[in-house]
Structure formats: structure tokens, C-alpha cells
Design a protein around this ligand. Structure first.
Ligand SMILES: O=C(O)CCC(=O)C(=O)O
Ligand SMILES: [Fe+2]
Length: 331
């Protein structure tokens, strides 16, 4: 693992003020960050009126790293209150930051929520939770959260994943590995662009895991898009033992390459990591949870970017295990 710095987009005081004022006004108007159609509509209105400077900071990922960090937003640690012990009890904790993230997400594309995850909220709280220490979900701590494409099982998954840091006192890193930094032999790419194995729903989706109406579709791990390779990768939920040895060996070499190019990004409060979910797999290093109100706390948003051509056309026919992706705005 290297710790090469991620590209940083530094927000100036004026842009930060623009974003903060907008978020505070919206919070005053609605009294909550829980999303109603009315709040989402106002968020879109406000984001459409953003300054050119702010919109420029929200431009697409533009390096082979497949990610960037927005820096400069303030987090008042005392005002944020204690870190919630689970998403379910988080409620409106840090609500103004939910709205900031939603505004940024809307400037980048169309925010996305899931009926079956965190009560359908558009901004998730990622905190370590008692009893989930060993899970392969954002609620874990003790275990390595292994590299994955977010919501890899679903054709409606995000194009961009945003992680906004509320607090991270022990400097626990998110890991990120870009397919555009890997070196793979042509025969491996050829094998891995074939639809051989399915990717099953992860543990954040109980209902989807019970879906039996149709068989899981086989999907390719790699896709040759116009501007280079993209990937859809979640080995923890891929039944690799069902593939032949040649495919497994190629998949292992992909995993090795992703590990080789992986970077560790330790977010400070106020920083927002934006990851291109078609180029980059992300994870998190293990850590010991404190459970005393000072734990690591991230806010997460997912974004669809209309008109992107980074995925195979065949995805349109997938059933998505009965899970519905909810988009904030009609596209
Ligand atoms: O905790 C992190 O840094 C990343 C967790 C994660 O995989 C996610 O929130 O999707
Ligand atoms: Fe994730």
C-alpha cells in the first residue's frame, strides 16, 4: 500500500461561504435533512445557481487516480455532537453537513438512495457500530473492509461515491485503487471482460439477499470503455470457486494489481473524498472502535451521472435482485 496523496481541490473562503450559507438556509427552511421531494427540489434549485467557481470544483474526475479530495469545508466539532453509535440512531446529527453533501452531489449529478438501505436516506452515516465489528459493511471496524465497487451487485449503482469526513481522530484511512493505474496482460483483460460470475448483494441489503425470483446474472469484472478500462469488482460477494482455474488465476492477478496500486487516504474533518465508482475500488483499514462519542464518522452520498458510457449495455437487462435505486430528480 502506498500513501501517495490524492489530488486535492482546495475550496476558497468565498466558495465555502456560498455552500455553507446555502446549506444553513435550507436547514432553517426545512428543519431537517431527512429528504422530502420538496427539499430535494429546493436543493436542485440552489445547486443550479452555484457560482462558476463552485461548479468548476464539482467537475468530473480528471486524472487516472479516479478520485479527488475537496478540502476547505469547516466542521465545528462541538456543534456536530457525539458520533452516533449506528446509522439507525443518527437522525439529524450533523444535518447541515448532510445538506452540504447533497448540494455537492447535485452539482455533480443525480443523488441516489436505496429503499433497502438506511431508511432510504440520500446521505448515509458511516460509523462503527457495536455488534458489527466484523461485518463487510461501513459499520465494521476490527476487520479490513476489502476493496469493492460500491453496490456492485446492482445495475443502478452509483457512478460517484462521496465520503465527507465529520471526524477521524485516529487517522483511519479509506483505501482506493484505480484500474487505470494497473498493468494487466491482454489475455487477462480478455478473460475478465467476459460475463462469467455474478456479484451477489452485500450484507447492507438483507431483502436483496433473499431474492429468489430469478437467477443471479453473470457479469464482467472489466469493461473496455471508450476512454479505457472500467471495473465492477467485489470479491467478497463473488462465488469465485464456481469459475475455472484460468479465470480464477486472472481474477487473482487483477486483485494483486489493485493491491499494488492501492493508496491510503486518511480524511480530516471537512474533507470530502469523491471516488469514481467505475474506475476505483475502495475499502477501509481495520481499526479499534471507541464507542465513546468520538469515533470516526463519515457522511456518504452516491451519485448517478446521466449519459455516462462506462458500463456494458447488457446491464440494462439486469433485475438488480428486486432492489430499487431511487434517484433524487427525474432524469
Ligand atoms: O469507511 C470507509 O472509509 C469506507 C466505507 C465504505 O466502503 C463505504 O462507505 O462505502
Ligand atoms: Fe463502500
Amino acid at each position: 500500500m502506498s500513501t501517495a496523496a490524492a489530488p486535492v481541490r482546495q475550496l476558497d473562503a468565498r466558495t465555502v461561504g456560498e455552500l455553507r450559507d446555502a446549506a444553513e438556509e435550507l436547514l432553517a427552511e426545512f428543519g431537517t435533512s431527512a429528504t422530502s421531494p420538496e427539499l430535494l427540489a429546493r436543493v436542485r434549485e440552489v445547486a443550479t445557481g452555484f457560482s462558476a467557481a463552485l461548479r468548476h470544483h464539482c467537475r468530473p474526475v480528471d486524472t487516472a487516480d479516479g478520485l479527488f479530495v475537496l478540502r476547505g469545508l469547516p466542521v465545528d466539532d462541538a456543534a456536530a455532537g457525539p458520533t452516533p453509535t449506528s446509522w439507525a440512531t443518527a437522525g439529524d446529527s450533523g444535518a447541515v453537513h448532510d445538506i452540504v453533501l447533497l448540494l455537492l452531489a447535485t452539482a455533480m449529478g443525480n443523488p441516489l438512495a436505496w429503499e433497502g438501505q438506511q431508511d432510504g436516506r440520500f446521505v448515509h452515516n458511516i460509523v462503527p457500530s457495536p455488534g458489527h465489528e466484523h461485518a463487510q459493511t461501513g459499520a465494521s471496524s476490527t476487520v479490513l473492509l476489502s476493496p469493492h465497487t460500491e453496490d456492485a451487485f446492482h445495475p443502478g449503482r452509483a457512478h460517484l461515491l462521496m465520503l465527507g469526513c465529520m471526524r477521524n481522530p485516529d487517522g483511519i484511512a479509506t483505501t482506493a485503487a484505480s484500474i487505470r493505474r494497473t498493468r494487466l496482460a491482454d489475455p487477462d483483460v480478455e478473460l475478465l471482460t467476459r460475463p462469467v460470475l455474478p456479484i451477489l448483494p452485500d450484507d447492507a441489503y438483507e431483502a436483496a439477499q433473499g431474492y429468489t425470483a430469478e437467477a443471479p446474472p453473470a457479469v464482467p469484472a472489466l469493461f473496455a470503455a471508450e476512454d479505457g478500462l472500467t471495473l465492477r469488482y467485489d470479491p467478497a460477494y463473488t462465488p469465485l470457486t464456481d469459475a475455472d482455474p484460468a479465470y480464477r488465476a486472472a481474477y487473482d492477478r487483477l486483485s494483486d494489481e489493485l493491491a499494488r496500486v492501492s493508496v491510503a487516504v486518511s480524511l480530516d474533518p471537512g474533507e470530502v473524498l469523491v471516488v469514481d465508482n467505475d474506475l476505483v475500488v475502495h475499502g477501509r483499514v481495520p481499526f479499534r472502535a471507541r464507542y465513546d462519542g468520538t469515533d470516526r464518522w463519515l457522511k456518504r452520498a452516491s451519485v448517478r451521472v446521466p449519459g455516462r458510457r462506462t458500463r456494458p449495455a447488457a446491464e440494462a437487462g439486469e433485475h438488480g435482485y428486486g432492489q430499487a435505486a431511487l434517484e433524487a430528480h427525474a432524469s
